[in-house]
Design a protein around this ligand. Structure first.
Ligand SMILES: Cc1ncc(COP(=O)(O)O)c(C=O)c1O
Length: 367
């Protein structure tokens, strides 16, 4: 196993380097004042510093459950397990399915693939297209694995979004083979036009739906969650308890207090969506002007823009780019076999408009 190229880049680059590499939110939009105020408030109760329950504090689980129910996916607090980011959610689930075969998208999220390798799950890759995974190939693979890990909304790294038709077909396939879907959805609130329906909604007994506050509020809180049937939640509790007893109580109380004002969170989400949409459009327009040989499809939300050059090794290109003080993630990182590819993932949420232009010009100069 090797470490994540992205995390290594984040550790090695200096202030002068323009980074399109990490999946970082725009920190200028963190709701600092609101978080300061709610943090001050929660310390009125010293119990926030005490050990807590393993599945997460009930009022926060209730609020998350309510959000699902509001969207037509009936959910109770008992269906929710609070985790230390959705990264831990994946770890818990992977441990539960240790040594099993699993169907994954190609390309897929590096952090998940590393977890699967660590827990000795055998990954079978199925090609991803603009409107989601190729259905026939998915069924062929799922028939054998009966377990799949998918990111249907604004996929990382591919930035694709599943069509409603493919969502329905996948739900039918999972039901047909009585398998399990792990649906990872950290970006689902970052839509530019409309929210998509989760596939898990059609599979309440056969799914783990993963969410996170990392992309919508602040990743340093390290709070995510799993939505699953009560039976599945009970089965994985022992793993959660063994790892860390419970996720950070202070973060959970901060979030619970923050979410009491529903309107505040709604407005915050709208602010991020507007900002990311503007940046994505600017990024796309600048790519067309500066790097016309790069082909891509505009994403419908999220933080990434994925595409490819004509004929080059993007891993070699990023080495040259690093010397010129600009970085991105080469596509090879997102494939199980680390194959050579001309594909590239750009993050657009974290860089300011001036740096987007300068950074892409530096990529051009590195070709
Ligand atoms: C698809 C996907 N899943 C999970 C995560 C992990 O997020 P968290 O901060 O909630 O652990 C990320 C982070 O980039 C991601 O892109």
């Amino acid at each position: 196993m090797k470490r994540s190229f992205i995390r290594e880049i984040l550790e090695s680059i200096d202030e002068q380097t323009i980074s399109f590499a990490g999946g970082l939110p725009n920190e200028k939009l963190f709701p600092v004042e609101d978080l300061k105020n709610v943090t001050q408030k929660i310390f009125d109760n010293p119990k926030v510093l005490q050990y807590s329950v393993s599945n997460g504090i009930k009022p926060l689980r209730e609020k998350i459950a309510q959000q699902y129910s509001n969207e037509g996916f009936p959910t109770k607090a008992e269906n929710i397990l609070i985790t230390t980011g959705s990264q831990q959610a994946m770890y818990i689930i992977a441990k539960y399915f240790e040594l099993k075969d699993i169907t994954v998208e190609e390309p897929s999220y590096l952090g998940a693939m590393n977890i699967f390798k660590l827990n000795k799950l055998k990954m079978q890759g199925v090609k991803l297209e603009e409107d989601g995974i190729i259905i026939d190939a998915f069924e062929k693979s799922f028939e054998k694995t009966k377990l799949a890990y998918l990111i249907p909304d604004f996929q990382n790294p591919f930035s694709s979004t599943y069509s409603q038709d493919k969502r329905e077909q996948i739900a039918k396939i999972v039901q047909k083979y009585n398998g399990i879907l792990i649906e990872d959805s950290p970006y689902s609130e970052l839509y530019f036009d409309k929210k998509n329906k989760s596939i898990s909604k059609e599979l309440p007994q056969n799914s783990f739906h993963l969410g996170s506050f990392s992309k919508t509020l602040a990743p340093s809180l390290r709070i995510g969650w799993i939505r699953a049937s009560e039976t599945l939640i009970r089965s994985i509790m022992i793993i959660k308890e063994s790892i860390d007893l419970h996720s950070c109580g202070i973060s959970q109380h901060i979030l619970d207090e923050y979410l009491k004002d529903e309107n505040r969170y709604k407005m915050h989400l709208q602010t991020i969506r507007n900002d990311y949409k503007t940046k994505m459009n600017f990024f796309a327009q600048t790519l067309e002007e500066v790097l016309p040989e790069f082909t891509f499809t505009k994403p419908k939300g999220g933080m990434f823009l994925y595409g490819k050059f004509n004929d080059l090794d993007s891993f070699e290109l990023v080495q040259r780019c690093m010397k010129n003080r600009v970085v991105f993630v080469p596509g090879s990182e997102f494939y199980i076999d680390n194959r050579k590819t001309s594909e590239v993932r750009f993050n657009y949420s974290h860089t300011n408009i001036e740096d987007i232009k300068r950074g892409l010009e530096l990529v051009k100069a590195s070709l």
